[in-house]
Design a binder for this molecule. Structure first.
Ligand SMILES: NC(=O)c1ccc[n+]([C@@H]2O[C@H](COP(=O)([O-])OP(=O)(O)OC[C@H]3O[C@@H](n4cnc5c(N)ncnc54)[C@H](O)[C@@H]3O)[C@@H](O)[C@H]2O)c1
Length: 272
């Protein structure tokens, strides 16, 4: 159902790999709500993933870019303004990857080269994106920039490993850049802290199935799906939230404010 919440807006969606990706759902809903967009992902993901299929479906262009490369990001913003015909109104950073998680390195046995990569891909890329966009004056006044994060930034979850550190940094970058971008250009910057979601990146996290099940029982509304996360992103891109900035917004069915639910108690008693 479309309410044309993004009618006339131009956006860039980073990170749609396949139809499980949160960014995939955001791209679909943004177009459904009247926006015109470009998509971006790594050259490898564009070759091996399904980003091109999404771009055909939505009649959009894909600009391949490694989000850790300032030059690549300059291309994404410059080309997107050309393709879409003006300044950009919204950007989604939906990017995360930890080589330590992928290679099964424990938190007390991290490879520091991998650790640098985790932070660069999953957090610094957000800063690079905004620094590039600001230098190019690529974002329209009132524009909205979002990155996706996880509550492991605030609390420790087994298996989340160095991604927890990356998410803490990502959220801090959101606040710090949110101040500067709001002050200078009236652009808002927020992070959305999403429930565990069964995507390619999500399923890479150790013990994800157990955590997904636990969070489902620990959240009064249950886990938030990728689709409902996309709905929240659309609202955050719309003019309905034009005074919201520098926030870390929990989109998790209530998980972040729960201590213990009856569902978890009953599960525990049954298993004893
Ligand atoms: N799945 C979850 O449980 C969950 C929960 C909270 C937050 N998040 C966050 O949501 C975001 C999207 O992840 P997802 O769950 O949709 O998984 P996903 O695997 O579909 O998306 C991750 C994307 O990051 C891209 N990427 C990796 N390295 C890159 C690079 N160098 N440059 C550009 N793009 C790169 C991948 O190609 C992929 O498209 C991530 O930031 C993730 O940490 C996910």
């Amino acid at each position: 159902m479309s309410n044309n919440l993004l009618k006339g807006k131009r956006g860039i969606v980073f990170g749609a790999l396949n139809d499980k990706s949160i960014a995939w759902k955001v791209a679909e809903k943004a177009v459904e709500q009247g926006a015109i967009i470009t998509l971006s992902n790594t050259p490898m993901a564009v070759r091996m993933g399904e980003t091109n299929a999404l771009s055909e479906k939505l009649n959009t262009k894909v600009i391949a870019a490694d989000a850790t490369s300032v030059e690549d990001l300059e291309q994404v913003f410059t080309q997107s303004m050309e393709i879409l015909g003006g300044k950009i109104d919204f950007v989604l950073h939906s990017i995360g990857m930890s080589p330590n998680v992928r290679k099964g390195k424990p938190y007390d046995g991290l490879d520091y080269g991998f650790y640098d990569k985790t932070l660069d891909v999953s957090a610094l890329s957000f800063h690079k994106m905004m620094q590039v966009a600001k230098k190019l004056d690529a974002i329209a006044e009132g524009g909205s920039i979002l990155a996706l994060t996880h509550i492991a930034a605030q609390r420790t979850f087994t298996g989340y490993n160095d991604m927890a550190d990356a998410k803490a940094l990502l959220e801090s970058i959101g606040r710090s850049f949110g101040y500067v971008y709001g002050r200078d250009k009236k652009v808002r910057v927020n992070t959305i802290s999403q429930s565990p979601t069964l995507t390619t990146a999500g399923q890479g996290i150790g013990g994800m199935d157990a955590f997904f099940d636990f969070a489902e029982k620990m959240s009064p509304l249950g886990n938030a799906s990728a689709e409902s996360c996309a709905d929240y992103c659309i609202v955050m891109f719309s003019d309905l939230t034009r005074m919201v900035t520098m926030q870390n917004l929990f989109h998790d069915g209530g998980f972040s404010n729960m201590g213990l639910t009856q569902a978890v108690v009953e599960d525990y008693i049954q298993k004893k």
